[in-house]
Design a protein around this ligand. Structure first.
Ligand code: NAI
Ligand code: 15L
Length: 269
């Protein structure tokens, strides 16, 4: 597919949306913004719910691709997750199909595989085709989103890159995040690669920086042309001094999903 220029960014008022609004225009994209909430300082952003099919059709009309970040981003009730993440993502795919959009980059999450034991010592990195083990209703909705993406590729030729994001924040704030952190700059590099790589069909990748303590294999992300530039290691000494090393016997330290695996999930993670 030819390089997309106009991209609909859903979830534009959120944390990641705000970071990407700042970083992606330098790659030449014209961003159209959408969120349930107004986007501060951007009066022409579209304020719409993922439940509003007509608004979504109008929002995707004429765009080359969609970067789909909108939705509930932590654990919640099944009913709320169902509406925003399951039905909402379906509504977006239907709108994209109806309007002939060629590609979606979907913000999946490490919580689609959150119950996978984290590697220790010389264990191999977790491969991208590890069986899915969602750790929450939230993680289940991301697993659904990945299957939905596969279905729309197989049935309708609508391409998706599903990015199982680790933690994308300005800095890592926990010892677990040393392994799964994606710097905002690397996030923009990865989304750019996902928007521009040729012939992706439905490709699933992990989203993180080139962390020294990385838990998963970035091979499928690198195959898109992603070259991470950052590493969380400069934060390690301080975070470990403050919080201690991950405890092998603590269930919330034993799996990729961290505190999301506990019932109920314990915040902060
Ligand atoms: P966030 O919670 O800060 O932003 C989500 C945005 O989606 C909010 O502005 C919210 O108003 C909007 N939204 C929620 N429901 C909506 C609906 N029904 N219709 C329209 N807009 C709606 O989350 P964040 O951190 O920015 O994450 C963005 C996406 O990336 C989410 O899908 C999240 O699951 C995913 N993700 C983020 C990670 C991270 O480290 N930030 C890690 C893994 C996945
Ligand atoms: C996610 O999926 C969340 O959206 C984000 O807020 C973080 O909690 C991240 O996972 C994480 O695992 O740290």
């Amino acid at each position: 597919m030819s390089a997309p220029r106009t991209v609909l960014l859903t979830g534009a008022a959120g944390g990641l949306g705000t970071l990407m609004r700042g970083l992606l225009p330098r790659y030449g994209y014209e961003l159209r913004l959408l969120d349930l909430r107004p986007v501060e300082g951007v009066p022409d952003a579209i304020t719409a719910d993922l439940g509003d099919r007509e608004a979504l059709r109008a929002a995707v009309r004429g765009v080359d691709a969609v970067l789909h970040l909108a939705g509930i981003s932590l654990e919640s009730t099944f009913e709320k997750i169902l509406k925003a993440n399951v039905e909402g993502t379906y509504n977006l795919y239907e709108a994209a199909r109806e309007e002939g959009v060629r590609r979606i980059v979907f913000a999946s999450s490490n919580h689609a595989v959150g119950f996978t034991p984290r590697p220790r010592g010389d264990d191999p990195l977790i491969p991208i085709d590890t069986p899915r083990r969602p750790d929450t209703f939230y993680g289940l909705s991301k697993a659904f989103g990945e299957d939905l993406a596969q279905y729309y590729w197989d049935k309708h030729g609508l391409e998706t890159v599903s990015v199982r994001i680790g933690s994308c924040f300005p800095e890592p704030t926990s010892v677990r995040m040393l392994s799964i952190w994606m710097s905002p700059g690397d996030g923009a590099r990865l989304f750019h690669a996902a928007l521009t790589a040729e012939h992706v069909g439905h490709t699933v990748v992990y989203g993180s920086s080139a962390n020294t303590r990385l838990w998963w294999d970035l091979k499928s992300a690198r195959a898109l042309g992603y070259e991470p530039q950052d590493d969380s290691e400069p934060y390690a000494e301080r975070l470990i001094a403050e919080q201690g090393e991950l405890e092998p016997d603590d269930p919330a330290h034993a799996r990729l999903g961290g505190h999301f695996v506990t019932d109920p999930p314990i915040w902060p993670y």
